[in-house]
Write a new protein. Sequence first.
Length: 364
Amino acid sequence: MQRILRYSQMPRTAMHLEIDRRDIRQFRLVETNPPQELPDGHVLLRLERAALTSNNISYAFSGEMLDYWGFFPTEANWGRLPVMGFGVVTASTCPDIEVGGRYFGFFPLGDHHVVQAQSSSSGFTDIAEWRAKHASTYKNFTRAEATMQHDRYAIFRGLFSTSFLLEDYLRENNFFGAQQIIITSASSKTSIALANCLQRFSDVKVIGLTSARNLSFVKDVGEYDEIIDYQNLDALNAQVQSAVADMAGNPQIIADVHTRLKTKVVYSCSVGATHWSATRENISIPEPRPEFFFAPSQLSKRSKEWGREELNRRIDESLALFIDSSQRWLTIQHAHGATEVAEVYSALVTGQIDPRLGNIVSFD
C-alpha cells in the first residue's frame, strides 16, 4: 500500500553525490527529489549532517570488494558513498517511528534517504532485501539527541570503533609477540585513534609512519612514542619483534617496512587505504602476507561474548575520552550545499585535505 506524504513545507530540489565506480576521482551531482508516496513500513530521513573523511575514501576504494556500493544501489557503474551522520525523519509509515525523530547511522551522501524500517529498542534497522547480507552495524539507526559534540561524534564514531576493535584483537592475541606496533598513515584519524587505544590499554611501543609534510602535525597530536618519515625507514628498530597496522594501503611502503624488519615482523594487517592511488603492480611484499582486518568480525565476536550493550558502553566510554583529547588538534569545518560537499570530496580523494580539519557536510 502506498501513502501520499504530507509535508509541512513543499519538498525542495534535492541532490545526491554519486561516484564513478570505475574511477573514484570522478563524480556527479544528481537531482533526486524525495518521493511523494511512501510504502507502508518505510521512513524518509533528511540528512542533517555527516562526516566526510579519508575513511570514506577507503570505503569508495574497496566498494566492490566489501560491497559498500551495495548499501545504496543506484544506476550501473555509479555508487552512493556511505557516510556516518545524523538524519531527521520527515515522513513515516511506521507506527513506532515518529516524524521529527533524530537518528545516527549510515546514510548515502545526499540530501535524503528512504529506509524500509523495523523498529528496535534503540531505533530501527534497515531491512530492505539487499541489506540482508550486510553487517548489522552498517544498517542500524540509533536515536540521537543533539549535543555539543555531535560533529566530533559523527567524525569519530565509526573509525574509532574500527581502531578500538583492532587494538582489542591485537591485545587478545598478545600482540602476536610484538614489542612495537608500527602504524602507517599516522596523520589519519583512524591511525590516531588506534594509537590512542594502544596507549590507553597496552604497554607496547607505538610508532607512527608519515610523510615529511605531516611530521609536525603528528608530533603535535601526541599519541605516538616515535614518529618516522617514510623516507627514513632505516630509523626503525629492526632488533625487536614488530606488528604492522597499515592504514595507507600503499604496497610499496609495506614492502619497505617488511624488508627493513626482515624476520621481526610477526603480524601485518591492512585496515585502510588513504594512499588509494598508489602503484599496486609488480610489488613483492616479504612474508608475512598482510591480512585484511575486517572490524565487523571482531564486533560480532565481542557482541556475542560481552553483549552488544556492554560492547557499546566500552567503545563509547573510550570514544568520549578520545573526543575530548581531539579538541587540541582537530578543528571542525562545515560545508553546506551540494557544491561545497562536492569540493570536500574532491579534496579528499586527491589527498589535499589538511589533517587538522574535520569535515562536516550537509546538503542544506
